[in-house]
Design a protein around this ligand. Structure first.
Ligand code: GRF
Length: 217
């Protein structure tokens, strides 16, 4: 059997998306394996989740490096050591530099909890995204899984899922409802990548149909 796609997950927080990925790799819904989890936050719960699952968990301290580029070089080295084929950003709150983005061009995914390009970009993360949706009075929000480029939240979109905003929503309730979909949709996108079915054409991502099993007659 071909080796499973090796994921390098970068996370800064609680890691519920990471957990969903770990669970789906374990039960076979996702044909991939988490090769390493890296965080820029020493006590990120994502690292604890990785340890509990018996996966390599590494903290890389931004303060130990003179520049953002040096920090990214350290992360790149760790990803390469583990033979990572796809970087998965799961609540990773650092902007990546070319040092990391260029060698992994077309092989970095992110999930954002709104329908991009609405309510995305620098500074819009976590509950701020959902509060901005409510403040604007939008009736529909959702999630976006996209390829990562240098500009924040701006790479080609792989999939989106819409979620209705309800009249009595708070940022927390909207976040919770969207997060439940993130957990399945992120893995869906990773699975498409693992099956080699995504093709980037300019800003558009084409999803090839699943190959039919070979006819043996
Ligand atoms: C998610 O809402 C994700 O869309 C965003 O950051 C949050 C991370 O949550 N990029 P978790 O750490 O995976 O629970």
């Amino acid at each position: 059997m071909a080796e499973r796609l090796r994921l390098g997950v970068l996370a800064s927080g609680r890691g519920s998306n990471l957990q969903a990925i770990i669970d789906r790799c374990a039960d076979g819904r996702l044909s991939a394996q988490v090769a390493v989890v890296i965080s820029n936050v020493a006590d990120a719960f994502a690292l604890e989740r990785a340890r509990r699952a018996g996966l390599p968990a590494e903290f890389v301290d931004r303060k130990a490096f003179a520049s953002r580029e040096d920090f990214d070089r350290a992360i790149l080295a760790r990803l390469q050591e583990r033979g990572v084929g796809l970087i998965v950003l799961a609540g990773y709150l650092r902007i990546m530099t070319r040092v990391l983005v260029d060698p992994f061009a077309g092989r970095i995914l992110n999930i954002h909890p709104s329908l991009l390009p609405a309510f995305g970009g620098r500074g819009l993360h976590g509950l701020r995204v959902h509060q901005a949706v409510l403040d604007y009075g939008a009736k529909i929000s959702g999630l976006t899984v996209h390829f990562v480029e240098l500009e924040t939240d701006a790479g080609p979109i792989i999939l989106q899922h819409a979620v209705e905003v309800e009249d009595d929503d708070t940022a927390d309730s909207l976040s919770d409802r969207i997060l439940a979909f993130e957990h399945s949709k992120y893995s869906e996108a990773i699975q498409l990548f693992a099956e080699g079915r995504l093709r980037i054409e300019g800003r558009r991502v084409r999803v090839r149909p699943k190959a039919e099993p070979a006819d043996e007659t």
